[in-house]
Design a protein around this ligand. Structure first.
Ligand code: NAD
Length: 282
């Protein structure tokens, strides 16, 4: 069975639209500010997609396109201003930043109550304790895909390949919260296949084209592909060799049209949540 992020995303957005309209009737419109520094073409596409999603849901949005030479002081001053701005419920700084800007310092300047990317250590800490308002967008998108497909995670062996702060680690925490037995594999894991072939649910977040082959996957496993890569022909592809693995998996998500569309939807969900809760502090 194909898990279509495109379809699930559309269904979730329909629900978000309903909630947004209800909130607007009460006089509050969710507002998202997106900041891009520099000219990175992929980042520009992401920022435009986020603006489009805001427009479609009827959110208020502000887009800041700052020059490559923007100083750290200027960027931090803008974040400070947006932290205080009542119309804005979510602030997102598109990463990666130019090398003269300290990503950690910038990310941590965003107020945790407006940190809709869920990158702030306060929010990551709350993901760990299971009490957070926001969930990191990509892992939350994966959980939504599992839920929507009727896949019960509790008691299953879930294996996550990748341990990054934005995907692998929070993914493992969200699976654990839903009572999966979780294994995290990474670049130093010995005998990766030994672990992956025991997975009832296998999540690939590696960043290598067609890395997961059929002999690494258990018959009937659920396989979710987070990777976004280009193959030798320049075509978009995931971390999972779809042609091989789709014959063995019970459920599989494609790339494109899988996790990708879910990430922005979860960003919109976090922004709406922030507006609904009207958080002042945690
Ligand atoms: P990253 O480079 O920060 O992390 C990659 C992880 O893979 C590391 O933890 C590393 O230990 C592990 N790894 C590398 N080689 C390995 C190997 N041989 N065996 C086992 N593990 C290995 O990347 P990231 O930011 O976590 O992103 C991972 C992928 O997901 C990328 O392709 C990225 O583009 C994609 N991504 C997609 C979305 C989306 O919206 N769909 C969002 C974020 C990231």
């Amino acid at each position: 069975m194909l898990i279509s992020g495109k379809e699930i995303s559309a269904a979730v957005r329909a629900e978000l639209l309903e909630r947004t309209n209800k909130l607007k009737e009460k006089g509050r419109t969710p507002g998202l500010a997106v900041i891009l520094v520099g000219e990175d073409p992929a980042s520009k596409v992401y920022v435009n997609n986020k603006e489009k999603a805001c427009f479609e849901l009827g959110f208020y949005s502000e887009k800041y396109l700052l020059s490559e030479n923007t100083s750290e002081e200027e960027l931090l001053a803008l974040i400070d201003r947006l932290n205080e701005e009542d119309k804005i419920h979510g602030i997102l700084v598109q990463l990666p930043l130019p090398s003269h800007l300290n990503e950690k310092k910038v990310t941590e300047r965003i107020s945790p109550v407006k940190d809709v990317d869920c990158f702030h250590p306060v929010n990551i800490g709350k993901v760990l304790t299971g009490e957070g308002v926001f969930a990191p967008c990509t892992p939350a998108g994966v959980m939504e895909m599992l839920k929507f497909s009727g896949i019960d995670v509790a008691g299953k062996n879930a294996v996550v390949i990748g341990r990054s702060n934005i995907v692998g680690k929070p993914m493992a925490m969200l699976l654990l919260k839903e009572n999966a037995t979780v294994t995290i594999c990474h670049s130093k894991t010995k005998d990766l296949k030994e672990h992956t072939s025991k997975a009832d649910i296998l999540i690939a977040a590696v960043g290598r084209a067609n890395f997961v082959k059929a002999d690494m996957v258990k018959e009937g496993a659920v396989v979710i592909d987070v990777g976004i890569n280009r193959n030798e022909d320049g075509k978009l592809c995931g971390d999972v060799d779809f042609s091989e693995v789709s014959g063995k998996a019970s459920y599989i998500s494609p790339v494109p049209g899988g996790v990708g569309p879910m990430t922005i939807t979860e960003l919109m969900k976090n922004t709406l949540l922030s507006a609904e809760e009207n958080l002042k502090n945690f």
